[in-house]
Each structure stands twice: as structure tokens, then as C-alpha cells.
Ligand binder design. Structure first.
Ligand SMILES: *Cc1c(COP(=O)(O)O)cnc(C)c1O
Length: 372
């Protein structure tokens, strides 16, 4: 591929000496499960996320499950989330024992529409899970106002939004907890699966830790039945190395986004990503809208440019939720977007030449389009 969607190999080559040393250190110390490397990463990530506590776990999906289970959701409870996310967000609501209630997005930022939240609240609603999708914070002021008014908890799904802020405040610090994924392709990615929950609530942090460690804080003292969800030492050591580069990588993503924005502003039919007022965007994904999305994706692919659709089917319309009988008019924005969204190549190391190639191809595609 002339322009790959992301380039993890290049990222590794740039920090190879640090990564290799970290891995060797874990092997040397036999620190494979929990231990000092995990403790160190939890401390460092709590600081980076501006929270008092970070509880690491096996992946971002588990992080959602652990946070919700620690908040004691019960069968019959309803949890509100966005129609436009990765399935982990909604699937873990069900897994934790509650019922998923989907809300449409706001039509501009791909994040949950606060007005739709207000309309979805019933006497059974217990919580809201906004997702900072693609790296842009949801409208947290509006979300928290609704949550406080109705005494609901909020868990922020920050899996795509490491270091993103809303009005200067770090995502993941507005509600009861923030959940993170360190899947390799995320802005902060391990070399395998990894995740974490961050919170300022010491009791919640302890309950999440207990749940993630077979129901006990001390070996062989199982106070409850928990699960096994842990970060291993090697991933923790790798994440510590990468965390030290995250601020610079984020800035590089933002600069790349500015370059795309400028280039795309001249191109008809393309809707470049919009950033809501007071919000930060860390561009985990750079996602445009185009009315002839599939033809554009095919044109880019045949010219060596890799793209992705995040996601081809909005959550309410997946077979997994057929039981709810959702229809397009309930989620008009999410339904429109599933046909129009296209994520362009975006990674910290992308060059302006690679981006220009993408822009030229999109421009060429639109010129061609006039004759059809
Ligand atoms: C990646 C992701 C998750 C799940 O993380 P995993 O580590 O893959 O389990 C959850 N929510 C969102 C929005 C994600 O992008």
C-alpha cells in the first residue's frame, strides 16, 4: 500500500531500542503477571489521565464491564448509550445485566445527542455511557447536567480518546469512571490486548480491582465471585514506553488533521470532521462523510490508499439488536452516517506527501464524478 491506514511497524522502528529494552526487563525480572511494571504503568496512566486511580485490566471491553458491574447494575436497569460506537459499549451493558437504550448522534460530531438522552430517560434508567468517538469529546457539560438532574451515573468510554479534553478538562474525569482500551491500533496501544478503568473514587477503584482479580484483593481471600481480567507485565512495560511519546504523537495527529482539513475544504461533496465548541479532538480516526462513499473508497483502494469504515452498521441496526425492532427514523443521523462515513489514513508518522496523495485522489474522484 502506498498509503497505509496506520503504520504500527514504523512506530515500532522509531522507538525500537526502548521497546526491546522494556521487554527484556520484564523477562529478566520474571514479572509476567501484575508486579512492578503493571504498578508503574497504573501510576503513570492515572497521572496522564488526571485521575487518582487507574485499575488496569485485560482490554477496553472488560473495562466497561468491570466499571458497570462495580456500579451494581441490575436486571431491569436501563443504560443509555450512543447509536454510533464499537459494539463493546452496548454489549457490555447487556453483559453486566442491564438493558441497552440507544440514542442518536448530534449529526455533526458523531457523538451522542444530549437532547436524545433526555428523551430516552425512564424511571428505570440508571446510567449513561457517552463515547468520545474518533477522539472527540462528547458534549460533557450537557451530558453531566442531565445525569445530575436525574441522579444517573456516567461512565465515559475513552477507548478512542486518550488525552482528549473538553473545555480544558480531561475526558474520563467527568463521570464516575472512564474506560480505556490499549488495543494496538488505539492512540496509546500495547502489543496485544490491554485496558484500564480510571476514577477519582477510591471505593469504586477498589471494587473494580476486586472484581478483576477473582473477587479478592488478597490471594485466596475471595470475598465475591469476580472475573480474571489482568494486564500482563510485558504489555505494561510497553505501554509505559509508549505513554512517554503520547503527547507528541497526539500533536502529530492533530497537525495531520489540520493538513487534511485545509486540503479538503476545497473539495466539493466532502464533509470534513467538525469539532464541537470547547472540545478537543485527538484524531484516533479522521473520518469524513461523502455521499458516494463506497465508490470513493474503491477509487482510493485501487490507487493504493487504505481506508476504513467505522462502522458499516450503526449499533441499533446490527443483527445482535434485532430483538428491539429498531428502524432508521429513530436514529436518522446514525443511519445517514453509516452510509457516508469513511476514515482516511491517520497515524502520528503520516507524511504530508502521503496525505497529499490521498487529497489528490479524492479531488480526482470528484472531477470524475461529474461525468457520471
Ligand atoms: C476499542 C474500543 C473498545 C474496546 O476495546 P478493546 O480493548 O478492543 O476491548 C470499546 N469502545 C470503543 C469505542 C472502542 O473503540
Amino acid at each position: 500500500m502506498a498509503v497505509p491506514f496506520a503504520d504500527l511497524q514504523l512506530q515500532y522502528q522509531n522507538i525500537k531500542a526502548e521497546i526491546d529494552a522494556a521487554i527484556v526487563g520484564v523477562i529478566r525480572d520474571n514479572a509476567f503477571i501484575r508486579g512492578p511494571f503493571v504498578d508503574a504503568f497504573e501510576r503513570e496512566f492515572a497521572q496522564a489521565a488526571s485521575t487518582k486511580h487507574c485499575v488496569s485490566c485485560a482490554n477496553g471491553t472488560d473495562a466497561l464491564y468491570l466499571a458497570m458491574t462495580a456500579l451494581k447494575v441490575r436486571p431491569g436497569d436501563e443504560v443509555i448509550t450512543t447509536a454510533h460506537s464499537w459494539i463493546s459499549t452496548s454489549a457490555m451493558i447487556t453483559q453486566a445485566g442491564a438493558t441497552v437504550k440507544f440514542c442518536d448522534t448530534d449529526g455533526v460530531t458523531f457523538t451522542i445527542d444530549p437532547a436524545a438522552i433526555e428523551a430516552a430517560i425512564t424511571p428505570r434508567t440508571v446510567g449513561i455511557i457517552p463515547v468520545h468517538l474518533y477522539g472527540q469529546a462528547a458534549d460533557m457539560e450537557a451530558v453531566m447536567k442531565i445525569a445530575n438532574k436525574h441522579a444517573l451515573w456516567v461512565i465515559e468510554d475513552c477507548a478512542q480518546a486518550h488525552l482528549a479534553r473538553y473545555k480544558g478538562q480531561m475526558v474520563g474525569t467527568f463521570g464516575a469512571a472512564g474506560t480505556y482500551s490499549f488495543y494496538p491500533g488505539k492512540n496509546l496501544g500495547a502489543m496485544g490486548d490491554a485496558g484500564a478503568v480510571v476514577t477519582n473514587d477510591a471505593v469504586l477503584a477498589e471494587n473494580i480491582t476486586r472484581l478483576a482479580r477473582h473477587g479478592g484483593l488478597v490471594k485466596h481471600q475471595h470475598e465475591i465471585e469476580g472475573v480474571n481480567s489482568r494486564l500482563d507485565g510485558m504489555q505494561a512495560a510497553i505501554l509505559s514506553v509508549k505513554l512517554s511519546h503520547l503527547a507528541a504523537w497526539t500533536e502529530a495527529r492533530q497537525q495531520a488533521a489540520t493538513f487534511y482539513n485545509l486540503g479538503l475544504s476545497h473539495i466539493r461533496e466532502v464533509v470534513a470532521p467538525e469539532v464541537g465548541s470547547g472540545r478537543d479532538h485527538v484524531y484516533h480516526l479522521y473520518t469524513i462523510r461523502h455521499p458516494r462513499r463506497d465508490a470513493l473508497a474503491a477509487h482510493l483502494f485501487s490507487n493504493g490508499v487504505q481506508t476504513a469504515i467505522n462502522y458499516p452498521t450503526a449499533l441499533p441496526f446490527l443483527p445482535a439488536y434485532a430483538r428491539f425492532g429498531h428502524y432508521p427514523e429513530q436514529f436518522p443521523n446514525a443511519h445517514r452516517d453509516q452510509r457516508q462515513i469513511l476514515s482516511l489514513p491517520m497515524f502520528a508518522e503520516i507524511t504530508r506527501a502521503q496525505q497529499q496523495e490521498v487529497l489528490d485522489l479524492i479531488l480526482g474522484f470528484n472531477r470524475l464524478g461529474r461525468f457520471f
